[in-house]
Design a binder for this molecule. Structure first.
Ligand code: PCA
Length: 329
């Protein structure tokens, strides 16, 4: 014979299910934030700090869960996921979306902005146009943070651009594919989350990226050289669905905006502070870290000129105006 449930236990269960019904769904808003980069990367560290700031400022009324390593959506799909309401916030490498609007590819025009200081100015000059373009796509810009300057990884000496001919070249956007084309390398587009595997299987023996992604990928396990060309500093941007943002009360909206401003300042500082340590880590693992030779520099600068012309042709008068404004800063 089954015993009747003790009254206290019955009451506790009833209370618990009531709480479950009214608890999280009414008292707090839950957002998911997909990112394509690994947890140890400072971009993700910064996203977690952003989520924590929002949690603290709203006393837990808005909870943001960060999903790193492209675990929720692949890098090229994150933006669309936020636009279609599958995620509320997202972080992407802005230049992945250059095909939608040339202004998203301005920060990867080679040798236009090559230091953190210049990159900050380029961001100031281009931010209104980028925010407007995102707004037109149903997204509200929250903040942007740079990657360290981009250099070239290989497993052989690189003295001129002709030494890049035939490399199995990992590209991450339109610009890095076009570079392969111009130097006679074989481009294959691979996002950072799949890079370690592509390196391990030998599918890739040359690429341009940052010291940060080299360290994230333990690149010394496959490649031997890093040429610090400082060609450009690409940026990640974090945005929120305008619809999700509009559903918040004004105080919560303000908390999100303030946490975003703090994340932008912290992200630039993190990137800049960590670059030297990333370079040191590459050396510690036995990589040859060198400045490009004069010949290599010259060849790359010619490649850069072609990409600059490509971009200006695509971006027209609006693009040229941003570049002019930047150059005056
Ligand atoms: N790391 C990212 C983008 C630029 C960078 O430094 C990558 O290689 O995919």
């Amino acid at each position: 014979m089954t015993q009747p449930m003790p009254i206290l236990r019955r009451l506790t269960l009833a209370a618990a299910s009531l709480f479950a019904l009214s608890g999280p769904s009414l008292a707090e808003t839950q957002w998911v934030l997909p990112s394509a980069y690994p947890p140890a990367n400072y971009h993700v560290e910064n996203l977690n700090a952003f989520a924590k700031d929002v949690d603290t400022a709203t006393k837990g009324a808005l909870k943001i869960t960060v999903y790193p390593s492209a675990s929720l959506f692949k890098a090229p799909d994150i933006k669309r996921a936020v636009q279609t309401g599958q995620a509320q916030v997202g972080e992407v490498l802005l230049s992945l979306h250059e095909n939608e609007n040339p202004v998203f590819g301005l920060d990867v025009v080679p040798f236009l902005a090559t230091s953190f200081e210049q990159s900050k100015k380029l961001w100031a000059a281009s931010k209104p146009a980028i925010a407007k373009a995102l707004d037109g796509q149903g997204l509200k810009l929250l903040y942007a943070t740079p990657w360290p300057p981009q250099g070239i990884y290989t497993k052989k000496d690189l003295n001129t651009v002709s030494d890049m001919k035939g490399l199995k070249w990992r590209a991450y956007n339109v610009g890095t594919s076009r570079i392969a084309e111009l130097v006679g390398a074989q481009p294959v587009t691979i996002q950072a989350a799949e890079l370690p595997q592509a390196l391990a299987t030998g599918a890739v023996d040359g690429l341009m990226t940052s010291s940060a992604t080299g360290v994230d990928s333990k690149i010394w396990e496959s490649l031997t050289h890093y040429y610090d060309t400082q060609a450009w500093l690409p940026k990640n941007v974090t945005f929120v669905s305008k619809k999700a943002f509009a559903a918040l009360d004004p105080a919560t909206q303000k908390a999100v905006e303030e946490a975003a401003a703090a994340a932008e300042a912290r992200g630039w500082k993190l990137a800049e502070d960590k670059t030297a340590a990333y370079m040191a880590t590459l050396k510690e693992h036995g990589m040859t870290v060198a400045a490009p030779s004069a010949d290599l520099k010259k060849g790359l600068s010619e490649v850069g000129d072609k990409l600059t012309q490509d971009w200006l042709a695509k971006a027209g008068a609006d693009g040229a105006a941003i570049v002019d404004a930047y150059k005056k800063m």
